[in-house]
Design a protein around this ligand. Structure first.
Ligand code: SF4
Ligand code: SF4
Length: 154
């Protein structure tokens, strides 16, 4: 499994409750699975199923009681990558960041976040990451409204 730095503190996410919940049944933000990940989610297609709950939708792996992911230790690449995403623009793949994540909004421009951007720029041009994206084009999506950080080179 590719190493992805986890920089958003879990207590911030538990307060925010933004991830894992979706406003639409067919949301481009719901997790896409890589070919390898599909094997560990029996019955899943290239997207994890969503379940209707409280007027919206939640990921089928989300535990509404603990508010945690049941598969946190081996959650999909896209979940480990967010608030970064693999964004498609004019047929090319870019690493982009979602500034709507409250933690990104608060820390953007700080020396801490500048260091995170550097770490992710290095990650996204690594051969391991490029190969993963090349082999899994379903994870490249037009997310609209995200900020491009770096071309991935594919
Ligand atoms: S939007 Fe950001 S702060 Fe909120 S749960 Fe997701 S990663 Fe955490
Ligand atoms: S797999 Fe886990 S982390 Fe990813 S969206 Fe579903 S509940 Fe959230």
């Amino acid at each position: 499994m590719i190493e992805i730095p986890n920089f958003v503190p879990s207590e911030v996410c538990l307060r925010c409750q933004g991830c894992c919940r979706f406003s639409e049944a067919q949301s481009s933000w719901s997790p896409n699975l890589t070919r390898e990940e599909r094997r560990s989610f029996p019955g899943a297609g290239y997207k994890l199923a969503l379940e209707e709950r409280g007027g919206g939708f939640v990921c089928s792996q989300f535990d509404p009681v603990s508010l945690e992911c049941r598969r946190y230790a081996d959650r999909p690449l896209e979940c480990r990558l967010y608030p970064f995403v693999v964004h498609r623009k004019a047929g090319l793949a870019y690493l982009a960041v979602d500034r709507n994540c409250p933690f990104v909004a608060e820390s953007y421009g700080s020396p801490f976040f500048t260091g995170i951007l550097e770490a992710y720029r290095a990650l996204c041009v690594s051969e391991e990451f490029r190969d993963l994206v090349r082999e899994n084009p379903q994870i490249i999506q037009d997310y609209g409204g995200v900020e491009i950080v770096s071309p991935i080179g594919i």
